[in-house]
Design a protein around this ligand. Structure first.
Ligand code: F6P
Length: 520
């Protein structure tokens, strides 16, 4: 209730006024985290919050039991209640000295075993001892997967391939649109291509379809008997791939307790482990682990993912901001907004709580975004002067792997300028030129974009999502909302295969189906 009252008063306190009355505001609302030799600072000072608001949000977190739910998650308790299972992406980056026992099995030891076999496999492919069926070394990898089995590895590939030289080139196939897979295959030589098929469930239509298309393409070059040697499966259920007629000689385990959108620290990242080597993957996981430790041990009022999550709750549930923009000032992070769309919207896009009661507040914002400075020449106009207020996360790096440091300085100057313009605006005699200001942003600034800081950045958002889910009382780890569409698509697909449209379905769909059947 106090937050609602504070929300009503909030428009009266402008960011200009808040900075004017508190000379320590910038420092007070900025938090630093060391990640190996690098550091990350997160500046919340340009959010529409005061010390009192943050204190009330922290009280809300405490009422919602964020700390005890966090501890329950790390301990392997079944916090994914609707599916009755633990949520243990944190076990994927835990050191081997940690023990988390599920059904009598220490899952951390299992994770390390899989990491060792991935490393061995990666060394074999990189060194050429594991080669294609015609004896040629692998030079390319095609990763097949969708959702978390695609967005994570393709984001990591984009980032790492900007600053490191991969031993093999990676391409990603996700959509069931056959044009996509065909385009990728055109650019590959089957004899030198390794295919990594990632699917937690191996019942995902897109991944099955693309995998089968690729298997035929491989068979045409290396013969039916050679296909398996070119294929690795990453799944909880590799036997499902086999029963679908997919041949593979290598398989790597993931576990039911890894959610698809939280799987970037698992074997789903196999393509990058091979391309950049296991040590780089270790660095990535170490960045994530350092954030896990911070999330576990930092005081709540100093805890960056807790504050990120609570400020998102403030923006969405109290101030009613419907969307959240993600604007990294690094082209290598062009896929970060789509990655976070899945992480945030699939986790918290829900209106029913754990106790089956309908929520009485707004939950996940619509997440969108693109890289700066491109976004400044596309959608930032609306953020500065539109009728909707859009909180934005601006993400930048002090160092660049480019030799063109002047251009990098200009890039970052633009990021700071956007945050400044959004917050403080500008006056003008002419109403159309007035920049209202008081528009919220968080700036996340890291010393460099490396495997480690990328891991840290992702883990910050993972835990922020968790905090938001706790406050809203929803289960951030299931995704029942995607199931109906899959079922209906199967049924409509059957009708199309038979060349008929059922008359007992809704009139609009029936009409569309008839038109499609006639014109396809
Ligand atoms: O349908 C949604 C979803 O289940 C995501 O949560 C998941 O990341 C994606 O599909 C792919 O699932 P899988 O890895 O099982 O193929």
């Amino acid at each position: 209730m106090k937050l609602v009252a504070l929300g009503k008063e909030a428009p009266q306190s402008t960011l200009s006024g808040l900075f004017l009355h508190d000379s320590q505001r910038a420092q007070r609302f900025t938090h630093q985290l060391n990640v190996g030799d690098a550091s990350v600072i997160v500046d919340f000072s340009k959010q529409n919050v005061s010390v009192e608001i943050v204190e009330s949000l922290l009280a809300l977190a405490s009422e919602a039991g964020v700390q005890s739910r966090r501890d329950a998650m790390f301990a392997g308790e079944p916090v994914n209640e609707s599916e009755g299972r633990p949520v243990l992406h944190v076990a994927l980056r835990a050191p081997s000295t940690v023990n988390i026992v599920i059904d009598g099995v220490d899952v951390v030891q299992e994770v390390h075993q899989v990491r060792r076999s991935m490393a061995e496999f990666a060394h074999g492919v990189r060194g050429g001892s594991l080669c294609g069926a015609t004896g040629k070394p692998f030079t390319h990898i095609i990763n097949v997967g969708i959702g978390g089995s695609d967005l994570g590895p393709s984001l990591v590939w984009d980032v790492l391939s900007t600053s490191l030289t991969p031993a093999l080139q990676c391409a990603f196939v996700s959509n069931i649109d056959p044009i996509d897979v065909e385009q990728v295959l055109k650019q590959h030589d089957a004899q030198q291509t390794l295919v990594v098929m990632c699917s937690k469930t191996f019942s995902t239509a897109e991944t099955l379809s693309n995998s089968l298309i690729i298997q035929k393409w491989l068979a045409a070059s290396v013969g039916d008997a050679g296909v398996a040697q070119h294929c690795a499966v990453v799944s909880v259920e590799p036997q499902r791939a086999a029963s679908a007629g997919i041949a593979f000689a290598h398989s790597f385990k993931i576990w039911p307790w890894v959610g698809g959108r939280f799987s970037v620290s698992s074997a789903v990242n196999l393509a990058n482990v091979i391309a950049f080597g296991p040590t780089v993957f270790d660095d990535f996981l170490s960045g994530m682990r350092q954030v896990d430790e911070h999330f576990l041990s930092a005081e709540m009022d100093q805890n960056i993912p807790v504050l990120m999550g609570l400020i998102s709750v403030w923006n969405r549930s109290v101030l009613g901001r419907e969307t959240q923009a993600i604007v990294p000032y690094a082209s290598a992070l062009a896929q970060f907004a789509p990655y976070l769309q899945q992480l945030i919207m699939e986790s918290n896009g829900k209106h029913v709580q754990n106790d089956n009661q309908v929520v009485t507040t707004q939950t996940s914002p619509v997440v969108w975004g693109s890289v700066g400075t491109n976004s400044q020449h596309a959608f930032m106009q609306l953020l500065h002067q539109g009728t909707s207020v859009v909180p934005v996360d601006l993400i930048g790096f002090a160092q660049s792997s480019s030799v063109h440091s002047n251009a990098h300085d200009t890039l970052i100057a633009n990021m700071f300028a956007q945050a400044q313009a959004l917050a403080f605006g500008a006056s003008s005699e002419e109403a159309q030129r007035v920049m209202p200001g008081n528009r919220p942003s968080t700036v996340l600034l890291a010393s460099e974009l490396s495997a480690q800081t990328l891991g840290a950045l992702i883990a910050l958002y993972e835990h922020s999502v968790f905090v938001q889910g706790c406050v809203w009382g929803i289960n951030s780890f299931d995704q029942w909302g995607v199931e109906l569409g899959k079922k209906l698509a199967n049924d409509l697909g059957d009708q199309i295969a038979k060349g008929v449209s059922k008359t007992d379905q809704d009139a609009s769909t029936h009409q569309l189906m008839q038109w499609y059947l006639k014109h396809r």
